[in-house]
Design a protein around this ligand. Structure first.
Ligand code: NAD
Length: 323
């Protein structure tokens, strides 16, 4: 998880700790979103930035992108997160200035706690920022992964930007769909889908579980309860620990690694914003997530290993091959 470079700075405008962690530029300039989040201590934000930057390196490598991983974390607490204005603007301008200092070796984008409007503010200080909403492309990538796994019934956990999009597409395709969210108001989104409580959905007898909320869903305790045959969703860091991938394997549940499934947003953004691709060409690139996942599952089956290990091997190979 060692990072190539980490800059920690108290934002001159906001007074908040701003952290940029560059995990790797071995394959090319680093990419990774900007997270604004409360942490008990700034060191916790630093640990998060390092972990998330490393995950971005793996995501880019396995997606075939000539980019590495980075992350920005704005430590917004403890205490109230930066208010609507002007504190938030001050923090975002601090981020923009810091990103600019990397001179293009790192670009940021939306993440947990930030959205496209925040990126517009960061863009006032740097051009190395991805603007726009990445969730439709992420949902397209998830659908490509789900097609590889096949199935008629799905349980979608989390009806946010990506989860609601995926649930809508599954329903439109005529599948049986169970949905849940901690926010009960989301119930109204899909009257045609069966609503289940966030806890009970883990016991649902469905073909595929689609984690689309926050990370850490898959633990030894939850894996014991699952009655699906496969899992694929956009939520980052679904496993509480890499060893949980072995538990899923032992139970005969195919787990599509989250960093493979969730790469649609970053693939689309790099193709359109950095390489000038048309929306059609960029979408075709996102669809290739299906091929990548198929290759990973074939390799895992052939070697009698987990999809996680197969994905790690695929990513590792990119660092030893000439670009
Ligand atoms: N948006 C993207 O392009 C993108 C790209 C890659 C990965 N991801 C990951 O995908 C996941 C979803 O992203 P999003 O943009 O849709 O986020 P979002 O914040 O729009 O939606 C998350 C949803 O999950 C719900 N939720 C939170 N905790 C829950 C729980 N315990 N049980 C059920 N529902 C719960 C929230 O109420 C919300 O509706 C996140 O983990 C994110 O990091 C998103």
């Amino acid at each position: 998880m060692e990072c190539e470079r980490i800059v920690i700075r108290r934002g001159p405008r906001s007074g908040l700790p701003i952290i940029v962690a560059i995990h790797s530029t071995a394959l090319g300039p680093a990419l990774g979103g900007c997270r604004i989040k409360e942490y008990q201590r700034w060191e916790d934000g630093l640990a998060d930035a390092q972990r998330l930057a490393a995950a971005m390196t793996a995501k880019c490598a396995v997606a075939g992108l000539d980019h590495g991983g980075g992350k920005t974390v704005v430590v917004a607490g403890p205490g109230p997160a930066p208010g609507p204005r002007p504190d938030r603007t001050a923090a975002l301008h601090d981020v923009g200035d810091l990103v600019e200092e990397f001179g293009g070796a790192y670009s940021t984008g939306p993440d947990v706690g930030t959205g496209p409007a925040d990126m517009d503010v960061i863009a006032e200080r740097t051009r190395h920022v991805f603007r726009g909403d990445s969730s439709p492309a992420t949902a397209t990538g998830v659908m490509a992964a789900l097609r590889v796994l096949g199935g008629d019934s799905y349980a979608v956990i989390g009806l946010g930007h990506v989860g609601a999009d995926v649930a809508g597409r599954l329903l439109a395709a005529g599948h049986r769909v169970l949905v849940t969210d901690v926010d009960e108001r989301k119930r109204e989104l899909f009257p045609a889908a069966a609503w289940v409580s966030p806890d009970a959905i883990l016991d649902a007898e469905v073909d595929v579980l689609v984690p689309a909320a926050l990370g850490g869903l898959l633990t030894p305790a939850t894996v014991r309860r699952l009655r699906c045959r496969a899992i694929a969703g956009p939520a980052n860091n679904q496993l509480d620990d890499p060893a949980t991938a072995d538990l899923l394997h032992e139970r005969g549940i195919v787990w599509a690694p989250d960093h493979v499934v969730s790469a649609g947003g970053v693939l689309y953004a790099t193709e359109t914003d950095l390489h000038g691709a048309s929306p059609t060409a960029a979408t075709a690139r996102v669809e290739k997530i299906g091929e990548t996942l198929q290759a990973i599952l074939d390799r895992a089956a052939g070697e009698g290993t987990t999809p996680l290990r197969a994905a790690e091997a695929l990513a590792a190979a990119r660092f030893t091959r000439p670009r």
